[in-house]
Design a protein around this ligand. Structure first.
Ligand code: ADP
Length: 444
């Protein structure tokens, strides 16, 4: 670094190029990115499942966010080096909705396993390819163990129950039943059941500071978030026609300069009346009404909006494809067994990565067990033994119900969501493994 002066005597600093940035290449680059990804996963691991912990974040201006959703915790990222994978989660959350913590936990596990493989001298591309093969095996196997979930418009109760399960791990669990019913009613209102599709853009989740969670309601229509222009305006209008104006609603002002001489009270009153009449006519031409709605605290509202969005996605996924897989880590354990068996059939180096993928899948049930106060390895071994012997629906009994059979516990997730979780975690890890040059300005 050197201090220099320009022709007017103004000082400026010359930085040598090498000093401006630090550069990591090859294995060093992969290790740095893996460490960042693992750090994110370590933080979010304790959030997974019905007994998962919430995280609290305080912004510099004092705003508090309490959530377990990785998106609001990581974007804007408290971990700059980890922002790239988290952006990937961000862009895909809207599609999956529920299941983001699961993606982060699985991605973290895959990264941990990848690190071991790289240390054993296996090329990152080989690891990425092995992971890709394994993810396809897992996704296909998931299809095999999936079951059909029956519901109809007239009997939407099973859908409500599913959304209610999604909400049970969230802050809003107190009102999970009501919110689930609202989410299902909203989705069914816009669903195209023939084409098996739901356009979630047609559903808007709005939050208002002040009310209670119980005040949440579904409005079949449009909410225009506006204050009343006058306190005496009617608060409720039935069958209202609404005009949305994108221009100011006031008598037009003449563009030319003009002067009005008023020398008597009468003249002033006449002018006022004239203006009033003009305005009345404008109102008569487009009678309009505004629709209002009110609802706690900013932090709870934001979390409620995210939770409702998750429930909406679950209902939408079930309408698109009514296949489900059982939860509590049962699907992951079953896939892990299938992937492990497939590894033996692969002669190439990829078999190591495939085997590691199988091991990574077990991190999900282990995290669920750990978060529920159970011994992770013992619990996983016992459940895995049950799976090999009996059925692929055995998972972690997080709520101490007394059975490991997730069919009996009615804990399930949509097949689409679960498959997307695995594919997304794999893509994120592949993306990280393919970066072999990291250039960072040294000030950061
Ligand atoms: P995500 O953001 O990934 O959905 P959650 O914190 O909602 O994270 O946890 C989802 C995980 O918890 C899934 O693996 C799901 O199968 C599991 N899970 C949810 N409810 C139960 C339950 N009652 N018993 C066991 N596992 C459960």
């Amino acid at each position: 670094m050197a201090l220099a002066f320009d022709e007017y005597g103004r000082p400026f600093i010359i930085l040598k190029e090498q000093e401006q940035k630090t550069r990591l290449r090859g294995l060093e680059a992969q290790k740095a990115n893996i460490a960042a990804g693992k750090a994110v996963a370590r933080i979010l691991r304790t959030s997974l499942g019905p007994k998962g912990m919430d995280k609290m974040l305080q912004s510099p201006d004092g705003d508090v966010t309490i959530s377990k959703n990785p998106l609001c915790l990581l974007v804007p990222p408290p971990f700059p080096s980890a922002s790239c994978p988290t952006q990937a989660y961000f862009f895909n959350d809207y599609e999956i909705g529920d299941g983001t913590t699961g993606v982060v936990v699985l991605a973290g596990a895959l990264l941990e396993q990848a690190e071991k493989l790289l240390e054993r001298g296996i090329h990152p591309i080989r690891v990425a390819e092995g992971y890709e093969m394994a993810s396809r095996i897992a996704v296909e196997h998931m299809e095999k163990i999936s079951q059909k979930f029956e519901f109809s418009i007239t009997d939407a109760e099973p859908l409500v129950q599913t959304c209610s399960t999604t909400l049970s791990s969230k802050i809003v669990s107190r009102r999970k039943r009501d919110l689930a019913a609202i989410a299902v009613e909203a989705v069914l209102a816009v669903a195209d059941l023939e084409r098996k599709d739901v356009n979630l853009d047609l559903i808007k989740v709005e939050g208002k500071v002040g009310g209670k969670l119980e005040d949440t309601e579904l409005i079949h229509g449009i909410i225009v978030d506006k204050d009343m222009s006058h306190p005496q305006m009617p608060k409720r209008i039935e069958d209202a026609k609404i005009a949305i104006l994108t221009c100011p609603f006031e008598p037009p002002k003449p563009k030319t300069k003009h002067k009005v001489d008023i020398d008597t009270v009468e003249k002033f009153q006449t002018l006022r009346q004239q203006e009033q009449k003009y305005f009345d006519e404008m109102v008569q031409k487009c009678k309009f009404a505004l629709l209002m709605n009110g609802s706690g605290n900013k932090m709870v509202i934001e979390e409620t909006k995210r939770s409702i969005h998750d429930a909406l996605c679950v209902a939408r996924n079930l309408i698109r494809n009514n296949s489900i897989v059982y939860g509590g880590g049962s699907a992951e354990i079953s896939c892990s067994i299938a992937v492990e068996a497939a590894a033996d059939r692969h002669p190439g180096v990829e078999q190591y990565a495939i085997r590691s993928f199988a091991e990574a899948l077990e991190y999900v049930p282990m995290a669920l067990a750990e978060n529920s106060g159970l011994q992770p390895i013992d619990t996983l071994t016992a459940v895995k033994a049950q799976q090999v012997k009996k059925n692929p629906y055995c998972g972690i009994d997080c709520n101490d119900v007394g059975t490991n059979d997730m069919r009996e516990q009615n804990v399930f997730e949509t097949l689409i969501g679960k498959q997307q979780q695995i594919l997304l975690a794999t893509q994120v890890v592949k993306m990280i493994l393919k970066i072999d040059d990291v250039i960072t300005p040294s000030d950061f």
